[in-house]
Design a binder for this molecule. Structure first.
Ligand code: ADP
Ligand code: MG
Length: 704
């Protein structure tokens, strides 16, 4: 066999003609090897007219003001004039390019360095689209390159030209050249993990052919066909991992089976101070069904802000306690853990259930005592933050583990709570709760291993929330209105982005609290909380607020989740354009939790399109599901729900929700695969690829 110069594993630095700058530029976009380079797919294709003369270019443009077609023109630089604009972004470099047929004006906006790189008499090739300006043909911001002295100036080929994601060190043109250099040798080395029969069933090309199609398509449709195969593989591999994990949980792992009968039911319900809604009862039924089984529960409980998830969690935990086992509830912030602890202690007052609170601000001595009680079984329920995950926290007998507000944690950072005597096959039943509903597309991907329960609607007796977007210059109206509500005995929140003043011009907790007190809330009790406070101090302020001894609470987003004070009816969010959509929804959910109607004022003068969209969405609807879908649309799935923290890289060529059909197909096929061959023993290559891609992030190491 012939020697292969460009083995897939070789570093790109060995490609002939590559410069150190290119290597660095590629590294910045995650490309180190020839294989990485091949996996770098074009964003789109451009239709090219090959090299044309300036005269021919004028003909192409014809009578049009501009033409979308791209042309390549070679010529000599005749004049270079840097022109300062009335503002920086309008600064431009004006160049006159000449060939034997005429001259062409070129403008490069906002790229002043180009003036330094060019010099008169230099031969360059420019590549861009044409327009007509004041009667002469022009080109604006074309790509360009110098024509080498030796290079013969033959005409550039016409056809489809790929445009690759690039950066300031390595251009799309260079990437295209590098790929052309290695492609022919690289392709035959690409092995397919699907057989011919499988490919036939999928109606998809062989993997190496798919890569050829995306880099060097003969026509636009080919590039789509190639992309479809590559996107499918991406989705399929993740589905396969998720299904493999699910299968492992269902067949290999086990959890204690808990009792659930009328007696247990009435004992637990006696502890709950209100009638459960139908929806709450339904999800409790689903959870109960799971935990009476020895297959570990892996369930997601989603319900909008204020829908009453906490009592459902308590219910599940009490099932463990009735079964002589322990339960834990993990919250993303100390504030929330403290509040859950308070709620639970209150509901369980007078019972024999013992409850503990473990956060990282617990002193060393108290901590030691507490984890002793955890490990000797003295505590039935432990509430805490991620401090619960520390290795020295070992339970005597935990049966139910609950994670609140999952999106704040990494997706797979759960179920690591351990028992003393456990082998690695015994795990607690896990319930994950979120107020950020998971759009269907995501529930099929990274959350594919979770069963989903949904609480729909809110408990009775809630009043609607009115949301208003207010320009910063009208802010005094908002605070005057706020003051009126306080005078009536109600309370409220003011959220700002910062703790302390910086020179960003944004409001900060400490100074804003002070100025509000002076300007609007004279004689009222204004207090503040933020994440950098000592937890005792914060807890003191929070309980003062809960008890109605504080009127206005100025805070950072520490109050984003869970804080529950029914008498608070006003929410003012300063610099609202700085917050994410889910975050705004959560913050707003702090009001309207009682019978008094809530008002949320968003103070902002948004400037970016994203911010405008976010604020419009939040004003238009209070439906958490619609907000989540909108959020997905604006931000894309990669950023949501701990997908980033989970270490799962965003898809490279699959796009959701666009590729939903492809995803469904991938899911069906993955289920099929795992049913027939759970450990992929007969699919060596697929297994290898799966483990190298998701082994770590999905925790497949001990599975396969
Ligand atoms: P979230 O789902 O946002 O965590 P919570 O569990 O904090 O919501 O519940 C919000 C409020 O609603 C709490 O004060 C809780 O006591 C109350 N609540 C929950 N369920 C009911 C119910 N069935 N009837 C009346 N109030 C309820
Ligand atoms: Mg909650």
């Amino acid at each position: 066999m012939q020697d292969t110069t460009y083995e897939l594993r070789r570093f790109v630095s060995t490609i002939s003609g590559i410069s150190p700058d290119h290597v660095e530029g590629l590294q910045k976009i995650g490309i180190e090897t020839v294989a990485d380079l091949i996996k770098h797919l074009p964003l789109r294709f451009e239709e090219h007219h090959g090299g044309v003369t300036i005269e021919e270019a004028t003909v192409i443009l014809g009578e049009n003001e501009r033409s979308p077609d791209l042309v390549t023109i070679e010529g000599e630089v005749a004049e270079i004039r840097p022109i300062r604009g009335w503002k920086r972004s309008k600064a431009r470099v004006e160049v006159l390019l000449e060939d034997e047929t005429g001259s062409l004006k070129i403008n490069w906006f906002n790229q002043p360095w180009i003036a330094k790189k060019l010099h008169p008499d230099m031969r360059i090739r420019v590549h861009g689209s044409l327009s007509m300006y004041k009667g002469s043909v022009q080109m604006t911001n074309p790509r360009w390159e110098e024509i080498d002295g030796e290079e013969c100036t033959t005409k550039v080929e016409s056809g489809l030209c790929p445009v690759y994601p690039a950066n300031e060190l390595v251009s799309s043109t260079v990437i295209s050249k590098l790929i052309s250099e290695v492609l022919d040798e690289a392709l035959p080395q690409i092995e397919d993990h699907f057989s011919i029969e499988e490919r036939k069933k999928l109606a998809m090309p062989e993997l190496r052919e798919a890569y050829r199609m995306v880099h060097k398509p003969k026509e636009q449709n080919e590039s789509k066909e190639g992309r479809r195969r590559i996107a499918y593989d991406e989705l399929f591999l993740l589905q396969l991992g998720v299904m493999m994990k699910r299968h492992h949980r269902q067949t290999t792992l086990h959890a204690p089976s808990l009792r659930w009968d009328e007696k247990v039911k009435s004992r637990i319900e006696a502890r709950i101070p209100f009638t459960l809604t139908e929806s709450q009862q339904k999800v409790i039924g689903e959870i109960a069904h799971d935990v009476t089984n020895t297959v570990p529960m892996n369930r997601l409980l989603q319900g909008d802000v204020g829908s009453g998830k906490t009592v459902v969690a308590l219910h599940a935990m009490l099932m463990a306690v009735v079964g002589d086992a322990q339960a834990a509830l993990m919250a993303p912030t100390e504030l929330l853990a403290e509040q859950h602890y308070g709620t639970i202690v209150e509901m369980l007052e007078g019972s024999s259930v013992s409850v503990g609170l473990l956060t990282s601000s617990l002193g060393a001595k108290d901590r030691k005592t507490l984890i002793e009680k955890v490990s000797n079984g003295e505590l039935d329920i432990v509430v805490g933050t991620h401090a619960l995950l520390t290795t020295d926290v070992v339970f005597s007998n935990i049966a139910v583990s609950i994670v609140d507000e999952q999106h704040r944690f990494g997706v797979h950072q759960r179920a690591t709570l351990r028992n003393k005597r456990d082998d690695d096959k015994t795990v607690p039943h896990t319930l994950v709760m979120t107020a950020t509903p998971i759009p269907r597309t995501l529930s099929l991907t990274i959350f594919g291993d979770l069963d989903v329960s949904t609480i729909s609607g809110l408990p009775p007796g809630r009043s609607p929330i009115t949301t208003r977007l207010v320009q910063p210059e009208d802010v005094s109206k908002v605070y005057s209105f706020f003051r009126e509500r306080i005078d009536k005995g109600q309370q409220g929140y003011v959220v700002v982005p910062l703790v302390e003043n910086t020179d960003s011009g944004m409001k900060a907790v400490l100074s804003h609290a002070k100025s509000l007190e002076q300007e609007y809330f004279n004689g009222k009790r204004v207090a503040f909380v933020h994440g950098r406070m000592k937890s005792e101090e914060r807890e003191e302020t929070m309980s003062a607020f809960r008890e109605g001894n504080v009127d206005v609470l100025v805070a950072t987003t520490v109050i984003e989740v869970g804080v529950d004070v029914a008498n608070a009816t006003m929410m003012v969010i300063e610099h609202a354009d700085r917050f994410g959509l889910a975050q705004l929804h959560q913050l707003r959910g702090r009001v309207g939790r009682g019978e008094l109607p809530g008002v949320c004022a968003l103070i902002a003068a948004p400037t970016t399109n994203d911010a405008i969209e976010r604020l419009n969405a939040i004003v238009e609807t209070t439906d958490g599901f619609r907000i989540a879908e909108k959020d997905l649309e604006i931000r894309g799935p990669g950023e949501l729900f701990g997908a980033k923290q989970s270490g799962i890289a965003p898809f490279k060529s699959a796009r959701l929700p666009r590729d939903l059909e492809l995803l469904r197909m991938a899911r069906r096929n993955a289920v099929d695969y795992i049913q027939h061959d759970p450990l992929l023993k007969d699919a060596e290559l697929l297994r290898k690829r799966l483990l190298s891609k998701y082994g770590e992030s999905l925790g497949l190491g001990d599975v396969a």
